[in-house]
Design a protein around this ligand. Sequence first.
Ligand SMILES: [Zn+2]
Length: 309
Amino acid sequence: MVNLDITFLGTSAAMPTADRYLSSIVVNRNGTLLVFDAGEGMQYNFIRSKIGFNKKTMMFITHMHSDHILGILGFLQTLSLQGRTLPIDIFGPELLYDFIVENLKLLHIHLTFQLNIHKISGSQGVLVEEKEYNILYCKSEHGPGIRSYAYCLHEKDRPGKFDIDKAKAFGIPEGELYSLLQQGINIVNNNRLVHASEIVGKTRPGRKIGISGDTRPSNILCNFFKNCDLLIFEATFSSSELAKAKESYHSTAVETATLAKLASVHKLYLTHFSSRYKDLNALLKEARSVFLYTEIALDLKLIHVPYRY
Ligand SMILES: [Zn+2]
């Protein structure tokens, strides 16, 4: 069982409100932290969430707008003041490199760990390949001249269910033979060939988490987020502000719910709300009229994502 927990550190768009910080999401996969965007002050909620600093960490930046990146510097400084030595990899649009390097220089921030800054190029692909999961990226639509990306955490297939009763009935001793069967390798036990498929079920799909960043909805993103167990997608505006959403290259709650429905996602979380909305129930209601399995993201809300298969 691999835990997959998501914490919203900030859910407000453009400017913070009394109870909403700026964009940042942490995915904690069995102790590895994947941080998506780092809006100003994200480290406050990071501390409040008690996730813990000294962990393997990767950061992914959706685009170079201040409400998504100003928290990077303070976060890196705090990690250094704590004497971190574990390296961090950070991924994002080309300008991310200059933004970080120049500011570290100007502000005399001396990092105590290695920071690897990766510039994303191209429009879609695999960004990180780990043993059990990949991080994928896809170009999103946040306006002319603005490089913006959406991301997916996609776990690789897991081995099928091991039928321990059957293994015992076959007289297979626990240990190495169990492990071979679990890996799909046929074995010989008591002069009898045992096919792995007799003991172990079909491989099961891993989980898929999607994160939109700021964007208009698009067919490309709809495909990219197909069958997500959990999709976190911006809903800056209500549908009454559609013109504003189009003009500023954001999405309305109804548009986001429509995309989620078309992409057959399991669950949708709306985030990145304009500070004009004091009560988000109207946005939730709008979205649920299209896609029932919709929730509203709240700062410091923790979500566990279980296996579906
Ligand atoms: Zn933006």
